[in-house]
Ligand binder design. Structure first.
Ligand SMILES: [Zn+2]
Ligand SMILES: [Zn+2]
Length: 133
């Protein structure tokens, strides 16, 4: 039922209910135990198993902390040392965009991509200049 892996309970009208009437069980457990007081906080599964809703597996985090933590844990890509084409993600070869602080780009691949695009554009231009060919 829950593609996210979380357990949901049908409890429309509950203070923790989502707009669809379901309450995430982990939030309910934390709430009833008095851990979850500020409802804007998130409830985190310490062992990473989203349907393991035993109280000792739950921990209340602020939404910001929680999101950051999952970025670090789940973002295996960010810890890779090489791009998919095998170029090193070192200081000189890594491009970052301020608007997307969690992403990084391989300069070598970017250069290669730009070169190919120019080549394609040139080929296309050449072909169109010879309509009779
Ligand atoms: Zn979590
Ligand atoms: Zn690369």
């Amino acid at each position: 039922m829950a593609p996210t892996g979380y357990v949901h309970l049908w409890m429309p009208g509950h203070v923790l209910a989502l707009p669809n009437g379901y309450v995430p069980e982990h939030r309910l457990v934390a709430y009833e135990a008095g851990l979850l007081v500020d409802l804007s906080d998130d409830v985190h599964h310490k062992n990473g198993t989203k349907d393991d809703n035993r109280l000792e597996n739950l921990e209340v985090r602020t939404h910001g902390d929680h999101t950051r933590e999952h970025d670090l844990v789940g973002g295996a890509n960010r810890r890779k040392t090489h791009c998919p084409a095998g170029h090193p993600y070192d200081e000189a070869n890594t491009k970052r965009v301020p608007s997307r602080p969690n992403s990084r780009y391989c300069r070598a691949c970017h250069r290669e991509e730009t070169r190919r695009r120019r080549l394609r554009a040139r080929l296309a231009a050449t072909t169109s200049k010879r309509p009779g060919a």
